[in-house]
Design a protein around this ligand. Structure first.
Ligand SMILES: [Zn+2]
Length: 89
């Protein structure tokens, strides 16, 4: 199931129920992300059973059937949407 961002949540201006601010003592917030080049202070974080997932600005959030949430890069997200819409008729 793809849910996208929770209703009312835009970017990372506030902490949401799913995506929290990226704040880790072992990673400097001023460090640039290897994926998007923005600092980690501009990132979000999703808790998972083991560790968690970094959320880059612009990522979509996918809710999966086991109740977990995953970040998805826009290209992947839209590819999944296309796949679902083609498969669903
Ligand atoms: Zn990033």
């Amino acid at each position: 199931m793809i849910t996208g961002r929770p209703p009312g949540q835009q970017d990372f201006l506030t902490e949401g129920k799913v995506v929290r601010r990226f704040r880790r003592p072992d990673v400097a917030g001023t460090l640039a992300c290897p994926h998007c080049g923005k600092t980690f202070h501009e990132h979000g974080w999703i808790d998972a059973l083991e560790d968690g997932h970094v959320v880059c600005p612009g990522d979509w959030i996918i809710g999966i059937d086991n109740g977990e949430y995953l970040p998805a890069k826009p290209a992947l997200f839209y590819a999944l949407l296309d796949e679902l819409s083609e498969g669903g008729g």
